[in-house]
Design a protein around this ligand. Structure first.
Ligand SMILES: NC(=O)C1=CN([C@@H]2O[C@H](COP(=O)(O)OP(=O)(O)OC[C@H]3O[C@@H](n4cnc5c(N)ncnc54)[C@H](O)[C@@H]3O)[C@@H](O)[C@H]2O)[C@@H](O)CC1
Ligand SMILES: [K+]
Length: 524
């Protein structure tokens, strides 16, 4: 599902109005009427109100006046507070404000804190609040009486319906510009906004519904799809086929290079992840001294001993790895390898020389960074990198705080710069593709914040690569299935104390449900 930035939404509005000649006031009418209808239906038990509409000076406020008009027409009691002087309301918003006033709608202008607070004090009982303060045009931190209005909304204890986006949420970045409304229902127009799919904005949105406001579908379809929220309908078709005549050779052989003394669990989870994802065969290459333990730990996975120094892979393992990758379809490298000098050098050599599509994680990433410019010199590199914010920080030399402040930007810049597929893990995992497109997954839960979940994801993506998916598809589908399995587990077990190995056990059923078309996506 497409996610629009504020700039893209403005451009769509411009095209509809200027290129196609749809008057802006018609779009505003469609937006306001659609919102009024949804609101009246969703909150029918609160009829006849009163409803309080808080309107800003821009077109979001304009939508608020249209909502007020229709609710009045349908017998609701409506009070509208405009947080600006009458002269500040212009254009389509002014047209609708005039109509509302002439119809006898109760409208008060509260352009400063004193008048706002007085009006709120004098307000009778309100049963429902409509936030029409700011939409996609918010461009600076919220201050003054706007901030007081947002505080009041958040403390009012009444259901809050946000028009287009909760005021204070940046429609593009999902950041909170000073203060932000916490809505129960957000009625957004034409398509969800990118900022509604990202934290912390996501948490302010409540239930998200998308209303058609008459922007032609052809315009929406033609607008470039830089950002998408991944849906079951989109990833279902990416699932590798499972022909009835298939055998283990049909479904690919994954080579996992992982583990060191004391870090055997990470290697086991990555290897089992590959098998649970449906790879026909998985071989784990690990240091000589840990191989016996791995062989006991892993029943279905084959193991290979590699040269080591002090329990971690040695540079001398390179020759054996060359033999190992020869008959494989994909490589997963990194979990539990450690960061010794020889292992680091080996990983860099492996990434440079191994011709297989690969997923690189954990210590594999630590071995690359910072600024792994050598990646650009590898011809036909097909790689998925799966850092968490700490690993991303080491890869980019940027602080974790800066990465978290702009997760989409950080992932996108890296993917474009190094021509890899970058999976930035965390709440709302971001998949950035080498051409700059970005995919965001809505699933996942706090139960997945536990050791080993990342190793499981590495195995899942590796398993998909082994079955022939492209790096882009393996990353998008792998992240989706990982989150889906985690969410199914959380439904049964709650969202704490979840084990990555439990998630892997859930994976085949999650995959089957996706294949059967049984998954209903949640927007928020
Ligand atoms: N034709 C269109 O463009 C349509 C727009 N629609 C609505 O219009 C909204 C966008 O409208 P606008 O672009 O007018 O902008 P908004 O109504 O979102 O608000 C921005 C207004 O507030 C001011 N402002 C921005 N940041 C501020 C701050 N921190 N403190 C105080 N004032 C601030 C701006 O100068 C501008 O006047 C959409 O979200 C949607 O609700 C809909 O009516 C559908 C059609
Ligand atoms: K709003």
């Amino acid at each position: 599902m497409k996610l629009l930035t504020a700039a893209r939404m403005r451009e769509l509005d411009r095209q509809a109005i200027e290129d196609l000649g749809i008057p802006g006031v018609v779009l505003m009418e469609n937006a306001g009427r659609g919102a009024a209808e949804r609101l009246a239906r969703c909150y029918a038990e609160f009829f006849p109100g009163p409803v309080l509409i808080l309107a800003g000076k821009g077109n979001n406020g304009g939508d608020g006046y249209v909502i007020a008009r229709h609710l009045l027409n349908w017998g609701w009691q409506v009070q509208t507070l405009v947080l600006a002087e009458p002269s500040a309301i212009v254009g389509d918003a002014s047209v609708n404000l005039d109509i509302l006033t002439r119809m006898g709608g109760q409208v008060a202008f509260v352009p400063d804190e004193h008048r706002l607070l007085t009006a709120l004090d004098e307000l009778g009982a309100t049963r429902l609040v409509v936030d029409a303060l700011f939409g996609t045009g918010l461009c600076a931190p919220v201050r003054g009486h706007y901030g007081r209005a947002i505080d009041w909304i958040n403390a009012c204890g009444r259901p809050v319906v946000a028009v287009d986006i909760p005021s204070g949420v940046d429609a593009t970045h999902g950041s909170l510009l000073g203060k932000a409304v916490r809505a129960d229902l957000t009625l957004t127009f034409a398509a969800p906004k990118l900022g509604q799919a990202l934290y912390p904005g996501w948490a302010q949105v409540g239930t998200l519904e998308v209303l058609d406001i008459g922007i032609p579908a052809t315009l929406l379809a033609a607008c470039e799809e830089d950002f998408r929220l991944v849906t079951a309908a989109e990833v279902g078709p990416l699932l590798p086929a499972r022909p009835a005549t298939g055998h283990k050779g049909t479904f690919g052989h994954l080579l996992v290079v992982a583990g060191s003394r004391g870090k055997t669990g990470a290697a086991a989870l990555a290897a089992e992840g590959g098998l649970r994802m449906g790879a026909g065969l998985v071989t784990l290459g690990c240091p000589l001294s840990v191989q016996p333990a791995m062989a006991i730990k892993l029943t279905e996975v084959m193991t290979a001993s590699l040269a080591e120094v002090d329990g971690a892979l040695a540079l001398a393992a390179g020759e054996a790895l060359r033999d190992l990758w020869r008959d494989k379809e994909a490589l997963a490298v990194g979990p539990g390898l450690g960061t010794s000098e020889e292992t680091t050098e080996l990983v860099r050599k492996l990434v440079r020389e191994c011709p297989l599509p690969m997923v690189i994680d954990a210590d594999g990433l630590n071995a690359l960074g910072p600024y792994p410019s050598f990646l650009r010199d590898i011809p036909d590199l097909q790689a998925v990198l799966t850092p968490h914010p700490g690993e991303m920080s080491r890869l980019t030399g940027t602080s974790v705080a800066d990465i978290e402040a702009d997760r989409v930007g950080a992932a996108r810049r890296f993917a474009l710069d190094y021509r890899v597929t970058l999976v930035l893990k965390g709440a709302r995992t971001i998949v950035a593709l080498p051409d700059g497109r970005v995919r965001i997954t809505a699933g996942g839960n706090p139960g997945m914040a536990s050791g080993g979940m990342g190793d499981a994801l590495t195995g899942i993506i590796g398993g998909l690569l082994a079955q022939g998916l492209t790096v882009e598809s393996a990353a998008v589908l792998g992240v989706y299935l990982h989150a889906l399995a985690g969410d199914r587990l959380a439904v049964r077990q709650g969202n704490s104390g979840l084990f990555a190995s439990d998630l892997l056990r859930e994976l085949p059923a999650a995959r089957a449900a996706l294949a059967a078309g049984e998954i209903e996506d949640r927007l928020c």
